[in-house]
Ligand binder design. Structure first.
Ligand code: DI6
Ligand code: FE
Length: 416
């Protein structure tokens, strides 16, 4: 006997290629031991509901999609950067604010010296906002410590978040984000410390599953990033790259060279970079929140990515500096409005392709037998609508590993 049976739902998914939707009317979903046990048209169920499952839920005719996956966030940090945004709206640019001591380093000063418990408490409301919008798998990066103790504290805070919330939390060590002021005149020694101290500590304490680097003029060079990615792979961790966000430094090629799970941002990626991603099977993660808030005009090479069948994911990049965006459906809506993704590409981008960007293809992101029973019921009539409203709360119910999640207080969302 199954644990649960859901009936009176309309099952909607984007095709794995992102070129359309599949819709099953009058569908049913059987759940057992946290996984999907059966899915299809209710009339094909192998018995009466009362005989099939211990619990029977009706979905009230709502759309049912895979649980959403936010595959790129920096949601743990102290303070905020509303002042940076003020300065940007008055004409200063991101790189200049960073050079003048604002930017990432100002968040670092508010993040250092906080305990994992404090960092978790601070991040909790932001995480709840994402969850209220249907997120069941959440990637969280470190990167605002810039010293080993605080990086580890951030990752411990991420672990606490995963324990306190019903969510599949995927922690990433963002090893090269900004050069710590203490190493201003000794870049190589900092990279050495990351390789010889940070990565081994994270592996030993099992605090991260991936390592990320930021290749950019205001951050790190190709060679510095390559050294860290090589060390991460040797240590058995997956790798990811913040690539070509503000300029073209061959970040996509770097990601491909090291078999990265994903290359993220990609506004300035060149044609060779797109081909390299296609060849390596690396997911392109689009981050329209940062594009919007930095008032960027150069879009990622969507047509080339589409033509070469590079899977495109969409994420919030939730961070204090460039993307204070706490809704993944809004991120996907922005990806449609700003980058021209189709509704199906946008939904694939926050489900099946986002799972691939986290190395979770096959277990998460799709509604197939054997996958984790993570799904959402929506007050929407067509899956297109999920990425159409700007900031409307359509998520009615979320199921994570077969368990209905309690409603998340998300004060920023207007109530229906
Ligand atoms: N790219 C981003 O968009 C964030 N980090 C990164 O490498 C921005 C981080 C910040 O400005 O605090
Ligand atoms: Fe980022």
């Amino acid at each position: 006997m199954w644990d649960q049976l859901w009936t009176n739902v309309r099952v909607a998914e984007a095709t794995p290629r992102g070129d359309g939707f599949t819709l099953i009317e009058q569908a049913a979903v059987g759940v057992h031991q946290g996984r999907i046990q059966w899915i299809g048209q209710a009339q094909a169920l192998p018995g009466e509901p009362a005989q099939l499952a211990r619990q029977h839920h009706t979905g009230g005719g709502r759309l049912l999609t895979p649980g959403l996956i936010d595959c790129h966030t920096h949601l743990i940090f102290g303070g905020d950067r509303s002042l940076d945004f003020d300065l940007r709206t008055q004409g200063q640019d991101y790189a200049a604010i960073s050079a003048a001591g604002g930017g990432i380093r100002s968040t670092v000063s508010h993040t250092r010296d906080r305990s994992p418990e404090e960092l978790c408490d601070i991040a909790l409301p932001r995480a709840r906002s994402l969850l209220a919008d249907g997120v069941t798998t959440l990637e969280v990066k470190s990167g605002y410590g810039l010293n080993l103790k605080t990086e580890l504290n951030m990752l411990k805070a991420a672990r606490l978040l995963g324990e306190r919330l019903q969510v599949n939390l995927q922690p990433t060590l963002l090893a090269l984000h900004a050069l710590p002021p203490e190493f201003a005149h000794d870049r190589a020694r900092f990279v050495d410390e990351v390789i010889h101290e940070w990565i081994p500590a994270v592996v030993e304490q099992k605090l991260a599953v991936a390592v990320d680097v930021f290749i950019e003029h205001i951050a790190f060079t190709y060679a510095e990033c390559a050294r860290v990615l090589a060390a991460a792979k040797t240590a058995g961790l997956a790798v990811k790259v913040h690539a070509d966000q503000l300029s073209d430094l061959n970040g996509a090629a770097l990601a491909a060279e090291y078999g990265a799970l994903s290359a993220d941002h990609l506004e300035y990626t060149n044609g060779a970079g797109v081909s390299a991603l296609a060849a390596s099977g690396t997911v392109a993660v689009l981050l329209p929140g940062a594009f919007l808030m930095l008032n960027e005009t150069r879009r990622p090479p969507i047509s080339a990515l589409r033509e070469q069948h590079v899977p495109m994911a969409v994420a919030t990049d939730l961070n204090p500096g460039t993307s204070p965006l706490t809704s993944l459906t809004l991120a996907a809506t922005l990806a449609r409005a700003q980058f021209g993704l189709t509704a199906a590409e946008a939904l694939a981008g926050i489900t099946v392709h986002a799972a691939k960007a986290l190395g979770l293809a096959g277990t998460h992101g799709q509604l197939t037998v054997g996958q984790s029973a993570d799904f959402c019921l929506w007050d929407a009539t067509h899956p297109r609508e999920l990425t159409y409203w700007l900031g409307r709360a359509l998520c009615h119910t979320t199921v994570h590993q077969g368990r209905i999640r309690a409603p998340q207080p998300a004060s920023y969302l207007p109530t229906l």
